[in-house]
Design a protein around this ligand. Structure first.
Ligand code: BDP
Length: 298
């Protein structure tokens, strides 16, 4: 009898262990694309998203964020969604606009008066419509990060007016809205991948580039370009997207958990952004960058 019970308990334990293994083996690991360094606001927020998804789905999904563009440049990563090569990411509205042109609306120069204005637009019906426009590219936008405002930085001299941009080769991300905007302002737009900008500034392939202070600082471009003019020509939001294939496969409960994780992640990103803008600006100043705020935006 006791032997019977003993082996009975053993059998139960064994199947419990097998069950435990089965739960882990079933957990799906999601691959997250990220362009930036690990301590960047969006990077921390994406990690938080992955953790919250794991907690919210009781471990059915886990997530890994690949920083520094390890999974490829932005255009390539957007294309990967069609093949479910990447499951989640924070993409620039400007880069997404080359695929879904509706996204260009929120990247147009001077379209927003402030970040709050931008959040108000994106957190409502417009954000949902933009998400719908991404569906053909196998993406669902669950929340929106801020990308701050983009401004010009140059190697040789300060840009104070559109006249000063004439003849300058300015690097832009590889997407039409950036090329068109910078050309309209009078410069020669040179599309280049994010990771190629430093050496291009250094070797004189380009005369300058344009970005928000956190990106200007985190890439250390300020070591080469010492003139920064805050003209804030574009306030480009970033979409926290997940694969539509993945989204459609989720139970309603897991969808709710994932959406909540995305919203919380966006809140974190927006808060961290404000801090990082201040820290980055201080680093730029300490490194001797001349920062000029353009008062006359007209
Ligand atoms: C950063 C954006 C990123 C852009 C990058 C760039 O976060 O999405 O692709 O600028 O200039 O600020 O390429």
């Amino acid at each position: 009898m006791s032997i019977f019970w003993k082996s009975g308990r053993l059998a139960i334990l064994a199947s419990g262990a097998i069950l435990g293994l089965a739960v882990n083996a079933d957990a799906r690991e999601l691959r997250g694309w990220n362009l930036h360094v690990p301590d960047y606001p969006g990077s921390i927020a994406l990690e938080e998203f992955a953790d919250a998804v794991e907690a919210g789905t009781e471990g059915r999904f886990t997530g890994s964020v690949y920083h520094n563009g390890q999974l490829g440049d932005q255009r390539f990563a957007i294309e990967q969604f069609a093949f479910d090569g990447i499951d989640f990411a924070a993409f620039s509205g400007g880069s997404l606009g080359d695929f879904a042109p509706e996204l260009n609306i929120v990247s147009m120069p001077y379209v927003f008066q402030s970040q709050d204005h931008m959040f108000k637009v994106l957190d409502g019906e417009v954000g949902e419509r933009l998400s719908a426009a991404l569906e053909p590219y196998n993406m669902v936008a669950l929340a929106w990060y801020t990308g701050g405002a983009r401004s010009f930085y140059t190697v040789k001299s300060q840009v104070a007016t559109p006249e000063d941009l004439k003849g300058l080769k300015i690097r832009v991300p590889d997407a039409d809205i950036f090329v068109a905007t910078i050309e309209a302002l009078g410069a020669n737009a040179t599309p280049l991948a994010f990771g190629e900008v430093y050496t291009s500034l250094q070797t004189g392939v380009i005369d300058g580039a344009e970005n928000n202070a956190p990106s200007f600082e985190s890439t250390r471009h300020y070591e080469v370009a010492k003139f920064y003019t805050l003209d804030e020509h574009m306030m480009v939001p970033e979409a926290l997207v997940v694969s539509k294939t993945l989204w459609d496969s989720l139970s309603p409960e897991d969808q709710t958990a994932m959406r909540a994780a995305a919203r919380a992640s966006a809140e974190t990103q927006r808060k961290l952004w404000a801090d990082r803008e201040a820290t980055s600006t201080k680093i730029l100043q300490d490194a001797g960058v001349t920062i000029v705020k353009l008062e006359d935006k007209a």
